[in-house]
Design a protein around this ligand. Structure first.
Ligand code: PLP
Length: 372
């Protein structure tokens, strides 16, 4: 199996598995109990918190662990609107956000919140003038992601935050695909991240909050995370997230150079006839979202079962619906269905990538009835 689906999830780093093991096995105490064991587990969570905060790299705030980035995003959006003054009843976000943002915002729209979805250009980027036109004193929250999960394009988050602040709104950034890969710019008040996209475990995310911008709680109960998020915390998952964040911080330059080399090798291996979806310039290059005239991408994936890659988005895959992101770029249903997403990173070897892409190119040629 050659794994090229790094946007869906990433392989667990050996250092992460090692950091989690004691907390999953013999050191099983409840981190909220006052015993010595409990206090040790609580201390491990605090070490992990510092590691993830340092990887996020923003000043003036702190984070709470959650069960996923999906939870962090639901919390940030619903909790911000709940806390906002009555006259601030608008959310501005983007048509290409992850479902965790779009579906939450749409749910709130069903409750009477005024929702604006900004369009993107054919490069997948928002136009800051469009944003400015939509902003007024009624906006409570502007939510714009850093790196798009389907096409890898990087939105101008610092400028968005500045414009949101100009009208007194808060800015939420979904940095799930950006953490550890590119720097998170200063500006956002709320930042959602997820461990499993940075070689950590599944089932743990976090919401970083600027001091004073904490949303109202989504989960009520024991109040374990400073009264903001309830539920017994998982020391093993937090320790794994911390170890993954520490590694990502230490390896940022090495990982970036590796991805850059892989990107170049990938484009060479593919040959003619492929178009990259989304901006090439403003992009995280571990995401290669490609389309090819007439390609049946579902058939391509079925023909190459020992290569893991995706139909645009892991979340939309299987639903039968063409990706909302590719449609937002202005692609037709047919073009969207002729697109595949190839994702690579730290543990992808150049040899595996080139082999997989040569086979993908050959299978695509075969669909056209041309010998590769
Ligand atoms: N946001 C983006 C951009 C993502 O890619 C994902 C995962 O696919 C999420 C949010 C949700 O993260 P989690 O799997 O931790 O719920």
């Amino acid at each position: 199996m050659i794994y090229l689906d790094y946007q869906a999830t990433t392989p667990v780093a050996p250092e992460v598995a090692e950091a989690m093991r004691p907390w999953a096995e013999e050191r099983f105490a409840n981190p909220h109990s006052p015993s010595r064991w409990g206090r040790e587990a609580a201390a491990a969570i605090e070490v992990a918190r510092g590691q993830v905060e340092r990887a996020i790299g923003l000043s003036g705030g702190s984070l709470a662990f959650t069960g996923s980035a999906t939870e962090a995003l639901n919390w940030a959006i619903r909790g911000t609107l709940e806390k906002a003054p009555n006259e601030r009843d608008r959310i501005v976000t983007v048509a290409t956000e992850h479902a965790a943002v779009l579906d939450t915002a749409e749910w709130l729209a069903g409750q009477g919140v005024d929702l604006t979805l900004l369009p993107v250009g054919s490069d997948g980027l928002i136009d800051l003038a469009d944003l400015e036109r939509e902003l007024d004193e009624r906006v409570a929250l502007v939510a714009v992601m850093l790196v798009n999960n389907e096409i890898g394009v990087v939105q101008p988050v610092a400028e968005v935050a500045r414009k949101a602040h100009d009208v007194g709104a808060l800015m939420l950034c979904d940095a799930v695909q950006g953490l550890g890969r590119i720097a998170i710019p200063e500006g956002p008040d709320l930042v959602a991240v997820s461990a499993h996209k940075i070689h950590g475990p599944k089932g743990v995310g976090a919401l970083w909050m600027r001091e004073g911008a904490e949303p109202a709680p989504l989960l009520h109960g024991g109040g374990q995370e400073r009264g903001l998020r309830s539920g017994t915390m998982a020391p093993a998952l937090c320790a794994g997230f911390g170890a993954a964040a520490k590694l990502a911080s230490e390896r940022r330059g090495v990982d970036r150079d590796h991805v850059e080399r892989l990107w170049k090798a990938a484009l060479e291996a593919l040959g003619e006839g492929w178009l990259v979806n989304g901006s090439i310039e403003h992009r995280y290059r571990g995401n290669l979202n490609l389309r090819r005239e007439g390609l049946d991408s579902a058939r391509l994936i079925a023909d190459l079962r020992d290569i893991a890659f995706s139909l645009g988005s892991a979340c939309a895959s299987g639903s039968g619906r063409p990706s909302h992101v590719l449609r937002a770029l202005g692609l037709s249903d047919r073009e969207a269905r002729s697109s595949v997403r190839i994702g690579f990173g730290r543990y992808t070897s150049e040899q595996d990538l080139v082999e997989a892409l040569s086979r993908i190119a050959a299978a695509a040629h075969a669909q056209e009835g041309v010998a590769a």
